[in-house]
Ligand binder design. Structure first.
Ligand code: AHR
Length: 335
């Protein structure tokens, strides 16, 4: 931990106590959270979460909170509710509070250069969690930890190859429901999937629409696609997360279509509710994306505050769960 921060720490404790008393914390401003007000010497992590759009995201926030508690670190939290400008404002607050490390999940990849330069000038390391940024200078962040989204997309595509073989399919029309535009999982799940099926003439991606990782938008997208192509015109739905898949599934069932049988459904995340649908035969494949990153993040924070080097890119080990697997022993997902 850098010197000269002790006075700031006392001020921070006062500010956060006042913030709690007045209930004046806006969505882009740090929230009181599990801070170490009673222990001003604790390492302080400024954590900007991008929103609460999915079971995955809620699980990820919980993982961060639990891990900070376990490591005895103060966690200044801010939830940006899907707004980049709120994330930027939160990061600026963390800089002015002189936290030890900033952790954030960038909602989109572009538009971060200025605020990251400010963090670098303030000598505060930045860990990107879950999503990447697209910046000219990669020394603007210290490390990335999160899924290999390209590999996730490839796993989804590879499942489809196997499924098409099993079906003896000659031709399959695919619709894609993507996550938030310009976000890393959207870009890479899209690219990885295309990479896997590229050149195989059995497949045509007839449409790709954006569902923002939200269940409600997954419903809207599926309604739109069904109106446009009809049930007979769609063979496969590739959806970039479980929330949108569950929304699509609801629309299909309401239209008398049997998801998983009349249409192949491929999803990403493996949150519990979707795993139940997979076991019930309503989803054919779910590519795992784990939100359980908190402990690894805090390990990195600990190393950085002790002056140690950490690897630049860090990916958790993930897999795919499919209709071809025995899922009877699959442990509860916890999100
Ligand atoms: O960035 C990870 C993605 O964001 C998860 O797949 C999705 O559920 C979440 O909203």
């Amino acid at each position: 931990m850098r010197t000269g921060r002790w006075a700031r720490r006392g001020l921070m404790a006062l500010l956060l106590a006042a913030c709690a008393l007045l209930s004046a914390c806006g969505a882009g401003k740090p929230d009181k959270g599990e801070r170490g007000e009673t222990n001003p010497s604790a390492v302080v992590v400024g954590f900007s979460q991008l929103g609460s759009e999915s079971g995955w995201r809620i699980g990820n926030t919980a993982s961060m909170e639990q891990a900070a508690k376990k490591w005895g670190f103060g966690l200044m939290r801010a939830n940006a509710n899907q707004r980049q400008e709120k994330q930027i404002a939160a990061i600026r607050s963390f800089i002015s509070y002189q936290v030890d490390v900033i952790v954030f999940s960038p909602i989109v990849e572009t538009g971060w250069d200025n605020v990251l330069r400010e963090a670098k000038r303030a000598n505060i390391p930045v860990i990107l969690m879950d999503r990447m940024v697209d910046v000219d200078d990669d020394t603007l962040y210290t490390a990335y930890i999160g899924a290999d989204f390209l590999a996730e997309g490839r796993r989804a595509g590879k499942f489809l190859l196997k499924k098409a073989d099993a079906m003896g399919a000659e031709h399959l029309n695919i619709v894609e429901i993507t996550g938030t535009e310009d976000s890393t999982p959207m870009r890479d799940r899209q690219a990885g999937f295309r990479w896997a099926i590229d050149g195989d003439e059995r497949f045509t991606i007839i449409d790709s629409v954006t569902g923002d990782f939200l269940r409600s938008k997954g419903e809207e997208c599926m309604r739109y696609l069904l109106d446009k192509y009809g049930a007979q015109g769609i063979d496969v739905v590739y959806s970039h997360n479980d929330e949108m898949t569950l929304g699509a599934l609801k629309v299909l069932e309401a239209a008398g279509i049997r998801p998983g049988q009349d249409m192949v459904l491929i999803s990403v995340d493996a949150q519990q509710e979707a795993v139940e649908a997979l076991k019930a035969g309503k989803i054919n494949c779910i590519v795992e994306c784990t939100p359980d990153l908190g402990n690894s993040v805090m390990e990195m924070v600990d190393a950085l505050t002790k002056g140690k080097q950490i690897p630049k890119r860090n990916h958790p080990v993930e897999q795919a769960f499919t209709e071809f697997d025995d899922l009877s022993d699959l442990a509860p997902r916890g999100y």
